[in-house]
Design a protein around this ligand. Structure first.
Ligand code: PBG
Ligand code: ZN
Length: 330
């Protein structure tokens, strides 16, 4: 008589294993990230050493890169900008002809069906590298919350006017979703969704991105606005606040080290959850694989299936292009 569980019965062949799979990863679940640089040079393409396989791209190179990705089935992307010049108030973020605004117009004109998302923040555009405004003469990096809201809303609105399909504020100011929603609705963009980086931790995993986007704070750090990794409840309050202010999608970031937060948010709230597999997570896999210590493709897939299993509907990952190119997702 059988007295124990025989799990192996449903693992015997590839067919039954495939039949049993509950968690999937599709092209429609993935967003690719691109870093676009404002430069006079045509054909500017600069590899980012800490993000192997990722380059800073000029507008024409971005178009070329996206063309290849779309041919492989890319459905959605997020844009990050590096302006030609920075100032204390981050004017480049909300300039009508800023780098992101130009990139959105260009991509949407060529591929109207492509879902183009913009990262809404000031850190790439401010000379001090913080995500908002500082008081005159401040050297501590204490960002002024309420004065920053207007600029964040203005940035989101300028992206909408350029034709963005969705805006994704990553600044972590309090009240930003409300401010953005009001600005968008005020100009007739009631149907433009907001994907909020709501559960965003002050993470050392953002290091390679800050090299890539040239957005490292010049002094101080982001811990007065991004969350402490040791907190759970703060993340739940951020998610609740952003949902009540009108966020359509709630993002957890980073993804892998914060799978528990993906589980909690997706189980507690009836909103789609997105997860951002950040630059450091990407770089760690690339570097380990480059040493021959892991099977790169297998680890990439496992890391993403894990994020989906935790409850993320969407995943922003720099691996998206490669997965499409290698037909690892459809
Ligand atoms: C801008 C922003 C950052 C990332 C996405 N948007 C950097 C930061 O908050 O310092 C990180 C992305 C990554 O590491 O891949 N606020
Ligand atoms: Zn920022």
């Amino acid at each position: 008589m059988q007295t124990f569980y025989r799990g192996r019965r449903l693992r015997r062949t590839p067919t039954i294993r495939n039949m049993m799979e509950e968690v999937t990863l599709r092209a429609a679940d993935l967003m690719m990230g691109y870093i676009v640089v404002e430069t006079e040079d045509r054909n500017f393409r600069k590899p980012i050493p800490s993000l192997p396989g990722m380059d800073q791209l000029s507008l024409d190179q971005l178009e070329l890169q996206v063309e290849k990705a779309v041919d492989c089935g890319l459905q959605s992307l997020m844009l990050f900008g590096v302006p030609a010049s920075k100032d204390p108030v981050g004017s480049g973020a909300y300039a009508e002809n800023g780098i992101i605004q130009q990139a959105v117009r260009r991509l949407k004109k060529r591929w109207p069906q492509l879902w183009v998302v913009t990262d809404v923040c000031l850190c790439e555009y401010t000379s001090h590298g913080h995500c908002g405004l500082l008081a005159q003469g401040d050297t501590t990096g204490r960002v002024l919350n309420d004065p920053t809201l207007e600029l964040i809303a203005r940035t989101a609105l300028s992206h909408a006017r350029a034709g963005a399909d969705m805006v994704a504020p990553s600044d972590m100011m309090d009240g930003r979703i409300q401010a953005i929603r009001a600005a968008l609705d005020g100009e007739g963009y009631e149907e433009l969704p907001i994907m909020s980086y709501a559960v965003k931790y002050a993470s050392a995993y953002y290091g390679p991105f800050r090299d890539a986007a040239e957005s490292c704070p010049q002094f101080g750090d982001r811990r007065t606005y991004q969350m402490d990794p040791a907190l759970v409840s703060d993340g739940m309050r951020e998610a609740a606040a952003d949902i009540s202010e009108g966020a359509d999608i709630i993002m957890v970031k980073p993804a892998g080290p914060y799978l528990d937060m993906i589980v909690r948010v997706s189980e507690r709230y009836d909103v789609p959850v997105a997860a951002y597999q950040v630059s450091g997570e990407y770089a760690m896999i690339r570097a380990t694989a480059a040493n021959g210590w892991i099977n790169e493709e297998a680890v990439i897939m496992e890391s993403l299936i894990g994020i989906r299993r935790a409850g993320a509907k969407l995943i922003m990952t720099y691996f998206t292009e490669e997965l499409l190119r290698k037909k690892l997702v459809q």
